[in-house]
Design a protein around this ligand. Structure first.
Ligand SMILES: Cc1cc2nc3c(=O)[nH]c(=O)nc-3n(C[C@H](O)[C@H](O)[C@H](O)COP(=O)(O)OP(=O)(O)OC[C@H]3O[C@@H](n4cnc5c(N)ncnc54)[C@H](O)[C@@H]3O)c2cc1C
Ligand code: FES
Length: 384
């Protein structure tokens, strides 16, 4: 795994030059803006990448190949990058899970699933053009393979949740093909399965890869499940019977699971009941949903730049969504709890952090509005 934080020589040289100029009073932004006039890929502080190729993967998912500059750090398979996209003059930031592109130094590929009503995913699928330049932040995230690779592992993916798994598979195929891997991949249908052909080819030539493509089930409101196992034509969701059949000894295997909330909830419950939760790593793509009282009307006072905005928050909305519903423009980025752009200090009242389930009682702690719901009236102060 190429996890070295060291930079190739040109970037080191450019960064050193930037360091000298900083001593002379040239700011990092001014330096980046100046070298960026030559090429946006020369920037060393606020990084950018250029779209060099687009490939349709399914009717609703597109791979975007991005050329990064030499200051872009090495990528660990499974990590995410935050991409900044300007749409109608407003910059939005979203996380995507890239993979390295073999034979193309400095190139990474992201695959973006179009979400219904999704601002950035629709823009990237429909309007992003070869030649476009995006802001890109260094790779981050803990959903990665360990430095000491296990001899056997299990990957579970649903929908676009295959992207970090694909990065891991490619890495293992190239550097550790002696690893025994089972991939269980749920998609609505074969047509919607991202990388369907590539995965089938990979499984044909890598005999230690067991690839289990399944048509996912719809969870109906009464809790019943419908669906079809593409290989056996029987109803299927993630359950212990499936795991016993396709990955015997699964509870002992290090496991990575990424997909929609019902799949992740099922995995969480199964691994908890098996006493194996410490072997399960989960990554959520969609923001957590608040499940509090929709009829609650908590009074929120949000102070920013010596001005206070007041609004009401229902228990089933994040504080960010509640503020936006009240017509406020609240500073935010990823809407997923990872960029910290929406961080506020909680001075009074109680909230629930939806990413951990933890209750926080106001004593001046930082909270992220996009993944927090009010449990009482609250006083907040914006930190951005
Ligand atoms: C660590 C991480 C890695 C990610 N990697 C990828 C990736 O490789 N490929 C990819 O396509 N996406 C990935 N995502 C999701 C991505 O960041 C965006 O959330 C997604 O593209 C939707 O953004 P949007 O602006 O189109 O939707 P928004 O305008 O923000 O939201 C529109 C609606 O879609 C819902 N929504 C948002 N995201 C999802 C989702 N993932 N699933 C279902 N509903 C959703 C929202 O709740 C909202 O109702 C990742 C997210 C995280 C946190
Ligand atoms: S918007 Fe990114 S953490 Fe809230």
């Amino acid at each position: 795994m190429s996890a070295s934080p060291s930079l190739p020589l040109p970037a080191v040289a450019v960064r050193r030059l930037s360091g000298w100029l900083t001593h002379l009073g040239v700011s990092r932004d001014a330096f980046d803006d100046t070298v960026g006039l030559l090429s946006p890929l020369l920037r060393v502080h606020s990084l950018q990448a250029r779209l060099v190729e687009r490939r349709a993967e399914t009717p609703s998912a597109t791979s975007l190949y991005l050329q990064t500059g030499s200051a872009f750090p090495a990528l660990q398979p499974g990590q995410y990058v935050i991409i900044g996209v300007t749409i109608r003059g407003v910059r939005h930031r979203r996380a995507y899970s890239p993979r390295a592109v073999p034979g193309r130094p400095g190139q990474i590929a992201i695959t973006v699933q179009r979400q219904p009503g999704g601002l950035v995913s629709q823009h990237l699928n429909e309007h992003a053009q070869v030649g476009d330049v995006f802001d890109i932040e260094p790779p981050a995230g803990e959903f990665v393979l360990p430095p000491q690779l296990p001899s056997e592992l299990l990957l579970i993916a649903g929908g676009s949740g295959i992207t970090p798994g694909m990065a891991m598979l490619r890495h293992l195929d190239q550097t550790a093909p002696g690893t025994r891997v089972t991939l269980i991949y749920f998609a609505r249908s074969e047509r919607d399965r991202i990388f369907a052909g590539k995965l089938a080819d990979l499984a044909k030539r890598w005999n230690l890869l067991r690839y289990v493509p399944l048509d996912s089930s719809a969870h109906t409101p009464n809790g019943q499940e419908a669906g079809r196992d593409a290989t056996t034509a029987t109803a299927r969701v993630l359950d212990t019977a499936l795991l016993d059949r396709v990955a015997p000894g699964w509870s002992q295997l290090p496991t990575w699971c990424c997909g929609p909330a019902p799949l992740m909830d099922a995995a969480r419950q199964i691994w908890k009941e098996a006493g194996a939760f410490d072997r399960l790593r989960l990554e959520a793509f969609a923001p957590p949903q608040a499940s509090g009282d929709p009829n609650a009307r908590h009074a929120v006072a949000l102070r920013r730049d010596r001005q206070t905005a007041n609004f009401e928050a229902a228990g089933n909305l994040t504080l960010l969504a509640a503020g936006e519903q009240a017509g406020l423009q609240i500073k935010h980025g990823c809407r997923q709890g990872i960029c910290h752009e929406c961080t506020c200090r909680l001075h009074r009242g109680s909230v629930q952090d939806l990413s951990t389930g933890q209750r926080i009682d106001g004593e001046g702690q930082p909270i992220r509005l996009c993944v927090t719901a009010a449990l009482s009236d609250v006083d907040l102060e914006s930190l951005n």
